[in-house]
Design a protein around this ligand. Structure first.
Ligand code: HEM
Length: 485
């Protein structure tokens, strides 16, 4: 179970990297990213415009080259050169909702996924979002653009607003937006930015994000020790590991479902909660006690170091070491929550040995996360008033070959389920995921395991600090499929 050594290299890729959109397997490199949500207004015009646009779409093969160029540039600028901090690289991907396929007259029923086919607005109650009933219809408390019918999204990621904005302009020209022959109209565009300075890579609560993503057999050549690499079909339709592989239409192969969620984060209120509940343990300063309490909510310290491996003090060196920072399995503590609470965000969303030791596979629950932050840094007024005055949070993006098995399952059956991980291993109810667990209008209840010395101690998660205010389910097709649309 515990693999201390790096795994042997996996076989050469059998994947057609020129046929897969870049964000899925390698993530489009980004300092900033625009999500351009659109409605198709002229089907014939759209098909023509899209066929002409396909060469602009960045594939995995091209994304890997971009990443090499960025690495090379970083090395060269690190040697005292006078180079600008980034190189002007940008990538565009495209994905469609079920309503988009319906508008285009494309039969997508063999995508099978019930969440995708119903759309995220219809799924919001299942996800635990707050909302109201209009007759027997649930209307989530979402922002206006996401209450409209969205047909598709362009994902435009790059090194700067200048390069990304230029690409967005190109999209608008090619699809003739705002002219009498327009084939799409813009619903909304949302801009995300990685955070500045030493917060680069950290989400708005301050924790390093993007540490643990599934390694893919045949694609990631030297997977670091940690959770087992997954078959490509966990992310890509039609590949080995896709549970519905045999029932697909050929055009669905090499595509992936893209989940988008706009999640607002109430940072001053979260900080206040962490500070109020800071752990008062011998030898810990007030700040260390607060840091420890926060780390127990997430399962990692702000540096990214996992508390399963360093339970009392942060260890930035461990955080920086890819051979160690994901190599833990929650195994040593099946009966307690001494190292990591069962409800901690990373344990809820990837329970590792909690399930594997009971004979369950976690492979088909893995998702590739590609989100980015949005909104400004905390202002002085917000810090003083301990109150959110400006909107900020995470533009959550995940890829998977099944939304039902992946994102939806993690959110509904794990994060929102106070009894998960289930079984005899804990006398205390774990509680909701304190970061993302949603309970609609009901109270979020108690979380146990907050104090490593007395794991039965609970805390009342009475507030919610991550608030979903919109989203949609999309399908990101292969390049061949886009050419044939
Ligand atoms: C990991 C924060 C939303 C699923 C993490 C990590 C952080 C984090 C700090 C640890 C770093 C890492 O392992 O990459 C947040 C915040 C969110 C959010 C602040 C909302 C604003 C979500 C959502 C899901 C999710 C909505 C899925 C339903 C995961 C998964 C991991 C993770 C699967 C990796 C677990 C592992 O492999 O160990 N998140 N997250 N997160 N998160 Fe989230």
């Amino acid at each position: 179970m515990s693999d201390q050594q790096p795994l042997p290299p996996t076989p050469a890729p059998a994947l057609d990297l020129k046929n897969i959109q870049g964000d899925i397997l390698s993530g489009l490199p980004k300092k900033t990213e625009t999500f351009y949500f659109f409605e198709i207004t002229d089907v014939t015009g759209f098909r023509t415009n899209l066929r002409d646009f396909v060469p602009v779409i960045k594939t995995v093969a091209q994304t890997l080259k971009d990443r090499e160029a960025i690495d090379k540039h970083k090395k060269e600028s690190g040697h005292g050169g006078h180079k600008p901090p980034t190189i002007p690289l940008v990538g565009v991907n495209i994905a469609f909702s079920h309503l988009g396929f319906a508008k285009l007259g494309i039969d997508d029923t063999k995508l099978v996924d019930t969440a995708f086919l119903s759309g995220q607005r219809q799924d919001a109650q299942t996800l635990g979002d707050k909302g109201t009933l209009d007759g027997d219809k649930f209307v989530p408390d979402w922002d206006a653009p996401f209450k409209q019918d969205i047909h598709g999204v362009f994902v435009v990621a790059g090194d700067s607003h200048v390069t990304v904005d230029r690409k967005v302009q190109l999209i608008e020209q090619r699809f003739k937006v705002g002219t009498p022959t327009a084939s799409i109209s813009k619903i909304v565009s949302i801009v995300g930015d990685v955070r500045p300075g030493d917060q680069d890579g950290h989400e708005h609560f301050g924790y390093l994000d993007g540490v643990s993503n599934p390694a893919i057999i045949g694609f990631d050549k030297n997977p670091p020790p940690g959770p087992a690499p997954v078959r490509p079909g966990v992310l890509l339709l039609g590949q080995d590991g896709d549970e519905d592989k045999d029932g697909r239409d050929p055009w669905m192969a090499d595509g992936s479902f893209l989940v988008f969620r706009q999640l607002f984060q109430n940072v001053p209120e979260f900080d206040e909660f962490v500070n109020t509940n800071r752990l008062q343990l011998p030898g810990l300063s007030a700040k260390e006690g607060a840091d420890l309490f926060g780390a127990r909510l997430v399962g990692r310290w702000k540096s990214g170091a996992p508390i399963d491996l360093t339970p009392f003090f942060d260890d930035p060196e461990l955080a920086d070491d890819p051979l160690r920072n994901n190599n833990f399995h929650f195994t040593a503590e099946r009966d307690f929550q001494k190292l990591c609470p069962f409800a901690a965000h990373i344990r809820k969303t990837l329970p590792r040995a909690d399930l594997e030791d009971l004979g369950f596979s976690i492979e088909n629950r893995r998702i590739a996360r590609r989100g980015i932050q949005f909104g400004p840094e905390l202002t002085r007024a917000e810090k003083q008033q301990k109150k959110t005055l400006l909107g900020r949070g995470l533009l959550f993006v995940s890829y998977q070959s099944s939304i039902v098995n992946g994102f939806q399952f993690i959110q509904q059956s794990w994060a929102n389920n106070a009894n998960f991980p289930f079984g005899e291993q804990t006398p205390e109810t774990p509680g909701l995921d304190p970061i993302i667990g949603q309970s609609g209008d009901a109270p979020r209840g108690l979380m146990s395991g907050v104090n490593p010395n007395t794991p039965a101690t609970t805390v009342d998660l009475k507030d919610v600090w991550v608030i979903p205010r919109g989203g949609e389910y999309f399908f990101s097709p292969s390049i061949k499929a886009l050419r044939e649309t």
